[in-house]
Design a protein. Structure first.
Length: 318
C-alpha cells in the first residue's frame, strides 16, 4: 500500500473504530440537526440508483449536502458508501454530521474514477482525500474567516457511513453531512486535512505505556486545529511541532469526546518540520494491544486542519 493510500485508510479508521463494539443506541448530540436545505441526494440503504449531481449550495447557511437513508434489522450493523459527482465549484467553511440514533460514524471525502451510486463497503473506504470525519462526541468544524475547502466540478464526494442497531426493533433513519458554503469572493486561502501519528508497529503492553509518531510537513503550513484520536485505553496525548513555543495539545484523552481543538494563535510549521504525537495508554487487560480499527485495538493519531492545502493533496511523511 503506498503512503497516500495508507494515510487515507488510517484517516477513515479513526472514525470507523470509534464505533465498533458500542452498546449505545446513539451518540451525544444525536438528532440535533435535521433541518438543513437538501441539495444532494438521499438513497435507500444498499445498492441503489445513481444519485443526482451536487450543485453549488447557497452561502451563509447550513445545507444538507449528501445523505444516506438506511434500515437495519435488530442487533445488526453495516457500512454504506455513496459516491456522487459535483456539478459546480464551491467552497466549504463548515461541516457537521446529522447523526440520528444508530449513526456511529460519518466521513466525507473526495474521490474520482468510480461510478456514482450507493454500495456496501467497509470502514477503510474513504475516497482519495478525507475532508471531514465525525465519531463519538465530535463537534462541528467551522473554519476561521476567509479559509475554506474547495470542491471542484467534476470531482466526486465520497460518503462513508457506519450504522448499528442495538435495539430489538427495525431501525430506519437518514444520516447526512451538512456544510456551510462560503462566497468565493471571501476566500483567502484553501484548507487541507492531514494525519500525524504512528502508521504501523503500534504496541500497547499491559499497564501504562507510551507510543510516539510524527508527520513531516512537505511544505510550509499553518496548523489551525488538532483532533486527537486513540481508542478506549488512551488516556493522554501530547502534540508538539517544530518551531512552536508550546505544545499544540497536552491534555487528557476521553474516547467519548473526540473533539477538534482550535489553536489560538494558529501555529506555523515550516517545510520538513515535524509534528510529533505522543500517546499514553492505560492497558487494563492482560494482553498486548496492536493497531486496528476495533474498539479493543488501539491507535495513536492526531488530525490537523491546515492552510494552505498541500499541493500534493492530503499526505505527509508518517
Amino acid at each position: 500500500m503506498n503512503t497516500r493510500r495508507l494515510a487515507l485508510s488510517l484517516a477513515t479508521s479513526i472514525l470507523a473504530c470509534a464505533c465498533s463494539g458500542s452498546n449505545e443506541s446513539s451518540e451525544p448530540g444525536a438528532q440535533r440537526r435535521d433541518t438543513g436545505q437538501e441539495i444532494g441526494s438521499v438513497i435507500d440503504g444498499g445498492d441503489s440508483e445513481v444519485p443526482v449531481p451536487i450543485t453549488a449550495p447557497p452561502t451563509g447557511t447550513w445545507v444538507n449536502l449528501v445523505s444516506q437513508s438506511w434500515s437495519l434489522e435488530p442487533g445488526t450493523e453495516g457500512y454504506w458508501c455513496q459516491r456522487v459527482t459535483v456539478a459546480e465549484d464551491f467552497w466549504v467553511s463548515g461541516m457537521r454530521a446529522v447523526a440520528p440514533s444508530g449513526t456511529h460514524h460519518t466521513t466525507l471525502g473526495k474521490d474520482s474514477g468510480g461510478p456514482d451510486g450507493t454500495f456496501r463497503c467497509g470502514g477503510f473506504s474513504t475516497g482519495s482525500e478525507l475532508l471531514f470525519g465525525s465519531g463519538v462526541g465530535t463537534d462541528e468544524v467551522e473554519l476561521p474567516s476567509g479559509l475554506a475547502i474547495k470542491v471542484t466540478a467534476g470531482e466526486q464526494l465520497f460518503l462513508n457511513l457506519h450504522v448499528l442497531n442495538v435495539t430489538d426493533k427495525v431501525l430506519s433513519q437518514t444520516s447526512a453531512i451538512e456544510v456551510l458554503a462560503l462566497d468565493p469572493a471571501s476566500v483567502v486561502d484553501e484548507v487541507g486535512f492531514v494525519l500525524a501519528g504512528v502508521a504501523g508497529g503500534l504496541t500497547v503492553v499491559p499497564g501504562e505505556s507510551t507510543q510516539t509518531g510524527h508527520c513531516t510537513m512537505p511544505e510550509d503550513v499553518t496548523v489551525l486545529s488538532v483532533f486527537p484520536h486513540m481508542h478506549t485505553h488512551g488516556v493522554h496525548q501530547l502534540v508538539t511541532a517544530a518551531g512552536a513555543g508550546a505544545p499544540l495539545f497536552d491534555g487528557p484523552y476521553t474516547f467519548t469526546e473526540q473533539r477538534n481543538y482550535w489553536l489560538d494563535p494558529a501555529v506555523v510549521v515550516p517545510a520538513q518540520g515535524r509534528v510529533e504525537v505522543t500517546c499514553t495508554y492505560q492497558n487494563d487487560t492482560s494482553r498486548t494491544l496492536q493497531f486496528g480499527e476495533g474498539t479493543n485495538d488501539e491507535m495513536c493519531f492526531v488530525g490537523l486542519y491546515h492552510y494552505p492545502r498541500f499541493t500534493r493533496g492530503s499526505t505527509c511523511q508518517l
